[in-house]
Design a protein around this ligand. Structure first.
Ligand SMILES: NC(=O)c1ccc[n+]([C@@H]2O[C@H](COP(=O)([O-])OP(=O)(O)OC[C@H]3O[C@@H](n4cnc5c(N)ncnc54)[C@H](OP(=O)(O)O)[C@@H]3O)[C@@H](O)[C@H]2O)c1
Length: 247
C-alpha cells in the first residue's frame, strides 16, 4: 500500500514543489489549497502527465468550517497519514502600528491555529515512522519590514511544533521545521519593497543564489524518507545559501 502525504498549501509555490517531490518518491499526495483553482488544475495536469499520484482538495483554512471541511476531505481519501506538511500561509504585510486584531487573527488562523486542529484530528491516522514538517521563515526569530503579522505567527508555529516534537518523539513520529531563505513565489510578489529585497538577498547570500521551491521540495522529501529521519526532532533546518550565518 502506498504511503500517503498531506500537504497544506500544496498546489502552488513551495508547496507545489513539495507535493511533486513527495509524489516522485512514491507517495500518494493530497495537496490542499484555498482558492486558486487554476494552480490546482495545473498541478493535476502535470501530475497526470508524469504518472504521479496527486489529488487536490479545496478548503479555506482561515475559518473553522474550512478546517473541518479539510479534515473530512482528507479522511474521505485515506485511513492513514505517513507525512503531513503544513505549508499554507497567508498574512497582512504592514508596519506593526497598522496591524489590527483582525489582521493578526486572520494570519494566525491559517498559519498556526488550523494546523493544531488538523494535527489533533489526523494523529490517530499516524504511526511510528510518520513525519510532520512545518514551513517557517526567519521572520519568526528576526525582524523583517512589514512582516509583523506573519513573523509573529511563524514564531508561534516554531514553538508549537517544538512542543509537538517532544510529545510525539517517543511514538516514533518526527516533527521538524524547514526555514527557506527568500524563494521567488507569489508570496514575495506581495512585499511592498520586492525589488530591493531580492537584490539585497542575492548580494548577502554566500552562494550568490536564491533558494528555489525545488530545493525545499527535495529537502522535505529527504526529511520524510531518510532511514534515520526519526532522529531529527524539533529542529529548524535553514535552506538559504548561508545567508543567515553572516554577521
Ligand atoms: N517564499 C518565500 O520566500 C518563503 C520564505 C520562507 C518561508 N516561506 C514559507 O513557505 C510556505 C510556502 O510559501 P510560498 O511562498 O510558496 O507561498 P504562496 O506561493 O503564497 O502559497 C501559499 C499557499 O497557501 C495557501 N493558502 C493561502 N491562504 C489559505 C487559506 N486561507 N486556506 C488554505 N490555504 C491557504 C495557498 O492556496 P491558494 O493557492 O488556493 O491561494 C497556497 O497554496 C509558507 O508557509 C511561507 O511562509 C516562504
Amino acid at each position: 500500500m502506498k504511503k500517503v502525504a498531506i500537504v497544506t498549501g500544496g498546489t502552488r509555490g513551495i508547496g507545489r514543489a513539495i507535493s511533486l517531490d513527495l509524489a516522485k518518491q512514491g507517495y500518494a499526495v493530497k495537496a490542499l489549497y484555498a482558492r486558486d483553482r487554476e494552480s490546482a488544475k495545473d498541478l493535476e495536469e502535470t501530475s497526470s502527465k508524469e504518472g504521479l499520484d496527486i489529488v487536490t482538495l479545496k478548503s479555506d483554512l482561515s475559518k473553522k468550517e474550512g478546517i473541518d471541511e479539510a479534515i473530512s476531505l482528507i479522511k474521505a481519501q485515506t485511513s492513514k497519514v505517513d507525512v503531513l506538511v503544513h505549508c499554507a500561509a497567508s498574512g497582512v504585510h504592514r508596519p506593526a502600528k497598522e496591524i489590527t486584531t483582525k489582521h493578526l487573527r486572520w494570519t494566525f488562523e491559517i498559519n498556526v491555529i488550523a494546523i493544531q486542529q488538523i494535527l489533533i484530528e489526523l494523529l490517530p491516522l499516524m504511526s511510528s515512522g510518520s513525519r510532520i514538517v512545518g514551513l517557517t521563515s526567519n521572520g519568526g526569530t528576526r525582524t523583517i519590514p512589514f512582516y509583523t503579522a506573519v513573523g509573529s505567527s511563524k514564531g508561534a508555529l516554531d514553538s508549537l511544533f517544538r512542543h509537538w516534537a517532544v510529545e510525539l518523539a517517543p511514538s516514533g513520529i518526527a516533527v521538524n521545521l524547514v526555514c527557506p531563505g527568500m524563494v521567488m513565489t507569489d508570496a514575495v510578489e506581495a512585499f511592498p519593497d520586492k525589488e530591493g529585497r531580492i537584490l539585497a538577498c542575492i548580494k548577502q547570500t554566500p552562494t550568490g543564489k536564491m533558494t528555489t521551491p525545488e530545493d525545499v521540495g527535495e529537502f522535505v522529501s529527504f526529511l520524510c524518507t531518510s532511514r534515520m529521519g526519526g532522529q531529527f526532532v524539533g529542529q529548524t533546518f535553514t535552506i538559504d545559501g548561508g545567508k543567515c550565518i553572516l554577521a
